[in-house]
Design a protein around this ligand. Structure first.
Ligand code: SAH
Length: 217
């Protein structure tokens, strides 16, 4: 890509952070910094490059979407990330949210069920300097037992409830953020695990593609 278009992307990315994210009340400096660094245009299909920094979700194929930048920021802030902590993402999609979590300092694990998206995300993450993110192909509602426990879990597909497997794989004191609801309307909910307790608070209304649980094999 030419220097000219790189400059254009950089300018649009700075505007995105100022106008769509900071102005809407996101104040976590690590999140703002991460989103000013990660080249979102590298995570969208080529036909969508011109819209990469627009204030909306974009289709990435297979019925999936890369979330609106503000939603990525809001969910990242809700996770209350700290450098070095282990984060599991369910629903890799484009890989963009995973890159933002890693740029915030997380050690990131992400699971996707669609092989083509899993492979494209691997490619985009390697190309943009996020080769350290661990990706797995499979049903993320079952978590990633071999790598558990996680200090944070982020679900980026909607379900009526958080699976028992994900609850079990969250470490004590950990935070899990997920869009909870039916396939039309959901609320981003933040859960905190304290011993046997699993407290939750509602954050904001959203609309995500559904979490699809694959039949047990
Ligand atoms: N976080 C993504 C956007 C996710 S869209 C990004 O930054 O681009 C939701 C994704 O969840 C889709 O890619 C969909 O295929 C995936 N998904 C749905 N059900 C899943 C499941 N059970 N396990 C893993 N991924 C799932």
């Amino acid at each position: 890509m030419g220097i000219r278009s790189e400059r254009g992307h950089n300018r649009r990315r700075k505007d995105m952070v100022d106008r769509q994210i900071r102005r809407r009340g996101i104040s976590d400096e690590a999140v703002l910094h991460a989103m000013s660094l990660v080249p979102r245009h590298a995570f969208v299909p080529e036909s969508q490059t011109g819209a990469a920094y627009a204030d909306c979700a974009l289709p990435i194929g297979f019925g999936a979407t890369i979330s609106q930048p503000y939603v990525v920021a809001m969910m990242s802030e809700a996770l209350d990330l700290e450098p070095g902590i282990r984060v599991l993402e369910v629903g890799t999609g484009s890989g963009y949210q995973a890159a933002v979590l890693a740029a915030c300092g997380g050690t990131v694990f992400s699971v996707e069920r669609i092989p083509e998206l899993h492979e494209r995300a691997r490619h985009a993450l390697d190309e943009t300097g996020f080769a350290g993110i661990s990706l797995r192909l499979g049903d993320g509602s079952r978590g990633w037992p071999e790598e558990a426990p996680f200090e944070r879990i982020l679900v980026t597909a909607a379900a009526p409830a958080v699976s028992a497997a994900l609850r079990a794989q969250l470490g004590d004191g950990g935070i899990l953020v997920a869009p909870v609801g039916d396939d039309r309307l959901q609320t981003v909910r933040r859960y905190r695990k304290r011993g046997a307790r699993f407290d939750s608070e509602d954050i904001e209304g959203v609309r995500f593609v559904p979490l699809i649980e694959d039949p047990q094999t």
